[in-house]
Design a protein around this ligand. Structure first.
Ligand code: C2O
Ligand code: CU
Length: 484
């Protein structure tokens, strides 16, 4: 139970009488799940997906056509836009071209009911080829989210099966333009075909890297923008493994949201993005005729991700003074009374075989969406336990509405972007870096770093908790949290 004074709740975010029932609070006490229960929607947005193989020639493929797997026949990466308060109804058909290639859709970063979370076996029966699946929910927060399948993900991401979900309604001062940038590499061999998406070598280290980089399917795209304008950039790292350190060479800009969560605008020097992580940036574009480059500084040589080329007359002459986004109501972490839960991220001794499945050469995906050997573990437990039909015990059992501090301890020489389903972390401190305070759904642990994050247990259910380097996830660095 959560006392009312502990909540940061504003029914105003969901305007009108419909909100009243949702945030109806008792005199003194309120069930936490009421706090983030689904708001009652006014409008319904319906989408239909048809997951299938579609040979596609993206600009970065150098004239080659590759057998991508995509959500629909339109854009390679669909962008679903909706307004806060709308319900999203999704029907999808699985037409993936392989027997037993099951699919579910996970809505990354959304605090929606557990039954809609799209984790095969855990929250739903996986959808087999030829079958149809459905989701229906009202996102409780605005922000830059995305969606993806949750089985054999290294290959699915590798073939492009990802989409963007934007929940609008957070802008106080609308920008002059908005752009969605999706970073993703591709593993293409010299023969122009896909290379194996996963390797033992990669899975045991930082992941198997792509050979061709891209932003929105192009190599260092030049994007035309209005001159001297304030533009919003929703930047996604949706590579299966890459870690980037993004930054502009010389520009006035600010980070206005992390993983969709608004924060006081933070001067943007550079920011490290592991896979699945997002930032929203407000950029003052160059004067007419000028251009600004976005770099990845993580590699030995700075790498140009994209270029923003100004065109047309100057839009603004005022000083750059970014307006913050509206921050959605969220339960506040009660740090003083939070229980501390240690979570250690480690390597397993030697690439243990998953007993119930048996080791094989290379990474093959067996039942329950796992690689056949494990290299990684959380609290010394490599997912799954001994019997893969049994999910094994949760990493922790949390009480809905109560505050916890997860002590995330990376005892490996690799970075791990750690993701929790259905919740947000509030980053409190790091043993190695000075970090601002921010909320996110995926937090990057650098080698041998310890980070404390606050979590308020949300809706009841079994929530996945894993590294988002997909080969790490599939090779053991995964578990779940149970909220009761
Ligand atoms: Cu994008 Cu289980 O995560
Ligand atoms: Cu990892």
């Amino acid at each position: 139970m959560l006392r009312r004074r502990d909540l940061v709740v504003g029914a105003a975010a969901f305007a009108g009488s419909a909100a009243a029932g949702v945030f109806a609070v008792g005199r003194t006490q309120v069930e936490a799940r009421e706090v983030i229960a689904e708001p009652i929607a006014h409008d319904v947005k319906s989408i239909m997906f048809d997951l299938a193989e579609r040979p596609t020639a993206l600009p970065c493929f150098g004239g080659k056509t590759l057998p991508l797997w995509t959500f629909d026949s339109g854009a390679t990466f669909p962008i679903v836009r909706m307004k806060l308060g709308e319900r999203l109804d999704t029907v999808f058909k699985n037409h993936l071209p392989r027997d037993g290639e099951v699919a579910t859709i996970h809505w990354h970063g959304l605090r929606i009911p557990n039954t809609q979370d799209g984790v095969p076996y855990m929250t739903q029966k996986p959808i087999a080829p030829g079958e149809e699946g459905r989701y229906s929910f009202v996102p409780p927060d605005t922000g830059s989210f995305f969606f993806h399948t949750h089985c054999n993900s290294t290959e699915h991401f590798g073939r492009g099966l990802i989409g963007v979900l934007i929940v609008e309604g957070d802008e106080i001062a609308p920008p002059d333009a908005e752009y969605v940038l999706l970073m993703k590499d591709w593993r293409i061999g010299p023969d122009g075909k896909f290379l194996p998406f996963s390797t033992d070598e990669g899975a045991a280290k930082g992941g198997t890297p792509g050979t061709v980089r891209s932003v929105n399917g192009a190599t260092a795209p030049v994007i035309t923008v209005p001159s001297s304008a304030n533009v919003r950039i929703r930047l996604y790292n949706l590579d299966p493994m890459r870690i980037s350190e993004i930054g502009f060479e010389d520009a006035q800009s600010a980070i206005i949201a992390i993983d969709g969560n608004g924060l006081p605008p933070m001067t943007f020097e550079s920011w490290r993005l592991g896979t699945a992580m997002r930032v929203d940036i407000l950029l003052r574009t160059a004067a007419p005729g000028g251009s600004i480059k976005l770099y990845d500084y993580y590699s030995a040589e700075p790498f140009v991700l994209a270029e923003f080329k100004s065109e047309g007359p100057a839009k603004r002459t005022d000083a750059f003074d970014p307006t913050p986004l509206k921050v959605m109501p969220f339960p506040k972490v009660d740090e003083a009374n939070a229980q501390i839960i240690p979570m250690e991220f480690s390597a397993t001794p030697t690439g243990q075989a998953v007993a119930a499945i048996g080791a094989g050469p290379g990474i093959e995906i067996g039942p329950l969406c796992l690689a056949k050997r494990t290299f990684w573990a959380i609290n010394k437990q490599a997912w799954p336990g001994r019997d893969h039909r049994d999910l094994g015990p949760p990493l922790a059992v949390l009480k809905s509405g109560q505050s916890y501090i997860f002590e995330l301890d990376n005892t490996t020489p690799r970075s791990h972007p750690i993701h929790i389903h259905g919740h947000t972390f509030e980053v409190l401190n790091s043993s190695k870096r000075k970090l601002p305070r921010f909320r996110c759904d995926t937090v990057l642990l650098i080698p041998n770093e310890r980070i404390q994050v606050g979590v308020v247990a949300g809706l009841p259910g079994k929530w996945m908790f894993h590294c988002h380097i997909l080969e790490h996830q599939e090779a053991g660095m995964m578990g779940y949290i149970e909220v009761v």
